[in-house]
Design a protein around this ligand. Structure first.
Ligand code: SF4
Length: 271
């Protein structure tokens, strides 16, 4: 596996998925009305909570602009004022315009044509659009296009590095490659898996003071970099050592401490 993940990562990834699905059930992502709205939402949700995005989407809907042609015909100032609740609204309006220019220039405004492009080619095209980073592009491909392109976000990186599947600070593409190589290429599985990781990140694996005692992964998690005063209801220090060994055969205490120091300096990406 070229991702830098530990050798038994595929088995661990499936185990994590099964545990999360069993605990949280289906997440019914993405909360949007049709592929175009997913795309607009994926752009608007950069650096902001979904509640703000939902307000901005509501504004675009009420203005009758949740449509590629109508939005293409709207001027940037109008779009900016409508998406203001999503923050960075001038930049986000520009990004939406940049995507629409690409959609019309390359695919004649036809989303079906866009999503019929071979996945690697489409990913490269979208990454070349101004303002679209890998997380946004993979969200568009997976949640709007139903294409098996795994989405990595701050929650994914935090959870996977704490468990010990990848080192903290592993670049986006390597974490994504681990999922792409380690799981069946199944869009429904990728959809649910990413949504479940977000749920775990919001409910238990918090940035500070994770609630390990409430986590369905507590017995397989190395808790690498987790502050010692974390809200741990399930295991004492001895238990933590044991599960770190189970989860990260080959990972040693010195390495964990190094990573913990790194993380305390803010080295965790996408957070
Ligand atoms: S056991 Fe704790 S650190 Fe590990 S994934 Fe669960 S909440 Fe996060």
């Amino acid at each position: 596996m070229e991702s830098g993940a530990r050798p038994n990562a595929p088995a661990v990834l499936l185990q994590i998925y099964e545990r999360l699905f069993e605990r949280f059930g289906p997440q019914h992502w993405w909360p949007a009305d049709g592929p175009f709205e997913v795309i607009v939402g994926a752009i608007l949700t950069q650096c902001v909570s979904w509640n703000n995005v939902a307000t901005a989407i509501g504004n675009l809907r009420r203005a009758g602009l949740m449509d590629p042609r109508r939005l293409m015909e709207a001027d940037e100032g109008t779009i900016a004022s409508l998406v203001r609740p999503a923050g960075y609204y001038r930049q986000k309006a520009k990004k939406i315009r940049a995507f629409l220019s690409y959609l019309w220039g390359r695919h004649g405004g036809d989303l079906a044509s866009m999503f019929a492009t071979p996945p690697d080619e489409l990913r490269s095209e979208l990454l070349a659009v101004w303002g679209l980073g890998p997380e946004t592009v993979d969200s568009i491909m997976l949640y709007a296009g139903g294409i098996a392109s795994f989405v990595v976000d701050a929650y994914t990186s935090r959870i996977m590095s704490r468990i010990g599947v990848v080192p903290a600070g592993t670049p986006y593409d390597r974490v994504r490659r681990m999922f792409m190589d380690g799981l069946p290429r199944d869009a429904a599985l990728f959809n649910e898996y990413h949504a479940l990781l977000v749920t775990l990140g919001k409910r238990a694996c918090l940035k500070t003071r994770p609630r390990c005692g409430e986590c369905p992964l507590s017995d397989i998690c190395g808790r690498i970099g987790v502050p010692r005063d974390g809200d741990d209801h399930s295991l004492g220090a001895a238990g933590r050592e044991e599960s770190a060994e189970q989860a990260t055969a080959g990972t040693r205490r010195g390495l964990r401490e190094k990573r913990a120091k790194k993380e305390s300096r803010g080295a965790v990406p996408f957070a």
